[in-house]
Design a protein around this ligand. Sequence first.
Ligand code: MG
Length: 164
Amino acid sequence: MRVGIGYDVHAFGPGEHVTLGGERIAYAQGVVAHSDGDVLLHALCDALLGAMGLGDIGQHFPDTDARWKGADSRVFLRHCAEQLHKHRWRLVNADLTLIAESPRIGPHRAAMQAHIASDLGCGTDRVNIKATTSEGLGALGRKEGLAAQAIVLLARMKGAADGH
Ligand code: MG
């Protein structure tokens, strides 16, 4: 088995929506990012890549590459899913935490779970999404941006030789 952890943060900026867990959410601001700035998916990708020993999202999708400008982060997640399959890993579970004063994600949680489970080819019961605030403390507490943490557990696909 392997574990991986991921963390991401993006600042709020001009705009009228944020994308979280692959779900577009109307909001008074946008996020400053090269891609769509989906902190939940970026943290999840880093956790998956970390667990597989494949570096981080910046190595796979450099923000200096014009191809990823405004990119849908689900493309990144599906790339990670391909790597899971290629290297014979399966997701046991993923646990994600959004850290933000706003927006509130309760009404969007099920849709986010469905997007992630679809991209990873697993059941929604393997993907947990939580949210918390910073209680008004620090940059996140001042609503200057939003952050996310992710942790994943991987297991060898059945029948795969365990070389680790
Ligand atoms: Mg990011």
